[in-house]
Design a protein around this ligand. Sequence first.
Ligand code: GLN
Length: 484
Amino acid sequence: MINASLKQLSAALAEKKISSVELTQLYLDRIAALNPTLNAFVTLDAERSLAQAKAADAMLAAGHAQPLTGIPLAQKDIFCATGWRTTCGSKMLENFIAPYDAHVIQQFNQAGAVNLGKTNMDEFAMGSSNETSYFGAVRNPWNTNAVPGGSSGGAASAVAARLCAAATGTDTGGSIRQPAALCGISGIKPTYGTVSRYGMIAFASSLDQAGPMARSAEDCALMLNVMTGFDERDSTSLQREKEDYTRDLNQPLAGLRIGLPKEFFAAGLDNDVAECVQAAIAEYQKLGAVVVDISLPNSRLAVPVYYVLAPAEASSNLSRFDGVRYGYRAPDYTDLTDMYEKSRAQGFGAEVKRRIMIGTYVLSHGYYDAYYLQAQKIRRLIAQDFAAAFTQCDVIMGPTSPSTAFNLGEKGDDPVQMYLSDIYTIAVNLAGLPGMSIPAGFGKNGLPVGLQLIGDYFKEAQMLNAAHQYQQATDWHQRAPQHI
Ligand code: GLN
């Protein structure tokens, strides 16, 4: 059962082979056994999960089931969910219990899905290894000395270790795709504005986008069907008709034009990762796709541009955590200013403080023009590169991450090395495009390698089909970690 796809689980529930309560208990037992090692979940509430499962069983019995009714999912701890603690991986929100549901949570509740718990993450989604969490690092189920990637590291680890059927993540610069790659699962960041950010704690609002993390492209499509949709409470939510992302899943790939950006295969990419990606491209050619060489000349500026813009937005978004209304307040202080200072100094971790300082600096008088404005201009150039590329190809492919999972502590002292983990994913967020990572083999050390797919705006269905066809022809996505 733990290896079943969402479609198979849905069928098993409909045929009464298993109840949602039984399925939920199965996962809760696995979590109880494996979470002490993996640290993938920060909050569990079995009673709440089982109550939801019971309600789902009633929906199933009454014939009101939808495709995800009764299926146990894990929610990244960045989504507010009524009654659940929502920490965003921070001491600042250690005891914050959300009084309302994020739009994404609401959608899953309406679909009758079960919330198994909240997954660990880098503090305020800032990181690529899940080591910045106040609740401790998450471990990679393929090798527990290795990181799972970040910031949605808990979600990736949980999905890979079969602690849930599927999970949610968020991606500001790669946080769905990079951990998906490092843990050998599938994950998609949709076009910016497709999934409402209401109730999703903000990091960099012009880049943040939620999406599913699951074991296959087909499962991602089913999850995305529930997550998307217009929401007037998010001013950047797009007013578009609801799509069925499974609709194109069986299209043949004959004639599909795959763009290979030369910049994604240059120095800095590990050999074993490059080999897996090349083998995947060869498989696509066997399936009838054709390869086109393209160039994204400004993509080399994506990381520096991101590390101006994302911290700028973060410094503004995180100013709300001041110890006054909610969140951590320092126990001892002399006056209001002292209370602000101590609460923020004690409530935020080192990486978050680094971002707030960078962001405040690049927005300050005299530096705004030199850094922030410049970065905005280059952001536009990066988007224009993609627009030009999509006149030549249908989908862009390359590596998701320059290496397989690195060891815990390996990049801890070197933020720039850590930032380079997202060198292939960040440009996609800057342009607002949809991007996805799927498993495409294993590196020298036996750890998973991810293939990245990048689509044009609103081409998720086509991209999911390209991923699904590959998964029909290969079995990388079915491999499960054996030693956990
Ligand atoms: N690793 C990147 C960062 O640290 C991206 C994080 C994300 O996508 N949330 O900012």
